[in-house]
Design a protein around this ligand. Structure first.
Ligand SMILES: [Zn+2]
Length: 75
């Protein structure tokens, strides 16, 4: 099931938090369980891509963050 826009915003917040605290567990934006896995597939400086997978609920989402607009919320 795809993430809702609200869940995508939550996911972006959690990615930002994970970047400032590497190694800390990340809660899934869909089911709330710890253990969300984030793979940074970004092609900087053009875009940021994050592949999100959650073993608890089976979430498999790719977040695409275009550079230059909402990216400021991550930095
Ligand atoms: Zn989940």
């Amino acid at each position: 099931m795809p993430l809702t826009p609200e869940q995508q915003k939550e996911a972006m917040r959690r990615i930002a938090a994970a970047r400032s605290e590497p190694g800390s567990p990340i809660a899934c934006p869909a089911c709330g369980a710890d253990g969300l896995q984030i793979i940074d597939r970004s092609a900087r400086p053009h875009a940021q891509w994050y592949a999100l997978t959650c073993p608890a609920c089976g979430l498999a989402e790719t977040l695409h963050i275009p550079m230059g607009s909402s990216v400021h919320t991550l930095d």
